[in-house]
Design a protein around this ligand. Structure first.
Ligand code: HEM
Length: 316
């Protein structure tokens, strides 16, 4: 027996005996086990059974599958953000590596949005969209979680209420003033539309727990915990700005233009969105002013958010 195999057997022996198990039993199990196949490991059958149309229009499949691709990428982003949040003794190398990964995923999202923008027949979209009311991508829980995991809560509060909210404000109160409440809440009467109340009935408790969890461990707070000299690294700051801009301007504008195309009426007015928001105003970054890392932008850049020709640096 080779030295390598001897060592492996010894390590296995140690591993199993440490938990009172018998290595021979495990080796025998190995003898009878089936080989793993690609389809077992990736769960392709389960994955490919998740595309269920509500109508007969073929392009509804494009719509469903691209949303699912987005949700998988959202999950990849959250996976990395979670690791930064849990990391004790955070180092700049670890932080940068995870940030670059998150940034690459959001680049894929922003640069692929033409799959929606150019990839469906207008005629078919106009038909199948009616079966989706009152649902909307607005109800993507992972999208909201990425926001909570990326920045401090105050940066997600509707601009109009920021001065009334501080770190002592209860989470439930802050929740009612998140910027996205504007898509479904009448701020005079407090009444919520189906888009928003259905979303909250399903996820409110989960969101409040998530907000608490990331209160001190979101990406921005973690960045601030790095030593000053590392925080001041232009390379790291550029990567942070790149992520912020791609997520909150580039993706948002690609999304807005797709909505503008599919929801435009021949007479120049627009259709109501499936979720029912005043979407032409609501979706624009210049109104939302959702900025994950405002301290990394100059006053001019903040004033121009979503309007000007913001130069951002590519990941080095
Ligand atoms: C042709 C395709 C699409 C159109 C026309 C469209 C339209 C809209 C509209 C009008 C809204 C505002 C809420 C409402 O009233 O419904 C919205 C929100 C949203 N959609 Fe889409 N959407 C499209 C594709 C997508 C895709 C592929 C995703 C990926 C998951 C997505 C994710 C979202 C998210 C996260 C929001 C909330 C944005 C925010 O709160 O700022 N949408 N969408």
């Amino acid at each position: 027996m080779s030295k390598k195999r001897e060592k492996l057997l010894q390590q296995l022996e140690e591993k199993f005996s440490a938990s009172g198990q018998n290595l021979d039993t495990h080796l025998e199990g190995l003898l009878h086990a089936k080989y793993i196949n690609y389809w077992d490991y990736i769960k392709t059958d389960a994955l490919l059974s998740l595309q269920q149309q509500r109508t007969v229009y073929p392009d509804e499949m494009v719509f469903i599958m691209y949303h699912q691709v987005n949700e998988l990428l959202f999950k990849m982003m959250l996976w990395e953000l979670e690791q930064v949040s849990q990391k004790q003794d955070l180092t700049i190398d670890f932080f940068s590596e995870k940030l670059y990964r998150v940034s690459r995923y959001v680049d894929v999202l922003a640069s692929s949005f033409e799959v929606m923008g150019d990839g469906m027949s207008m005629e078919q979209y106009q038909k199948f969209r009616h079966t989706l009311t009152p649902a909307s991508g607005f109800q993507s829980a992972q999208y909201r979680k990425i926001e909570f995991a990326s920045t401090e809560l105050i940066n997600l509060i509707d601009n109009r209420f920021r001065s009334t909210i501080d770190r002592d404000t209860p989470y439930s109160h802050a929740f009612e003033h998140l910027y996205w409440q504007a898509a479904g809440k009448d701020h005079k009467t407090g009444e919520k539309n189906a888009l928003l109340s259905n979303f909250e009935n399903k996820y409110r408790k989960d969101f409040i727990r998530f907000m608490q969890k990331y209160n001190e461990t979101n990406l921005w707070t973690k960045f601030k915990s790095l030593p000053e000299e590392q925080r001041n690294s232009p390379k790291l700051q550029n990567a942070m700005r790149h992520y912020d801009h791609t997520m909150n301007v580039r993706w948002v504008m690609a999304h807005y233009h797709a909505a503008g195309k599919y929801l435009a009426k021949p007479d120049g007015t627009v259709e109501e969105a499936t979720g029912g928001s005043d979407w032409r105003k609501y979706m624009l970054p210049k109104y939302q002013k959702r900025i994950f890392f405002p301290e990394l932008w100059s006053q001019d850049e903040l004033d121009d958010w979503g309007i000007g020709n913001l130069e951002t640096c590519k990941i080095l």
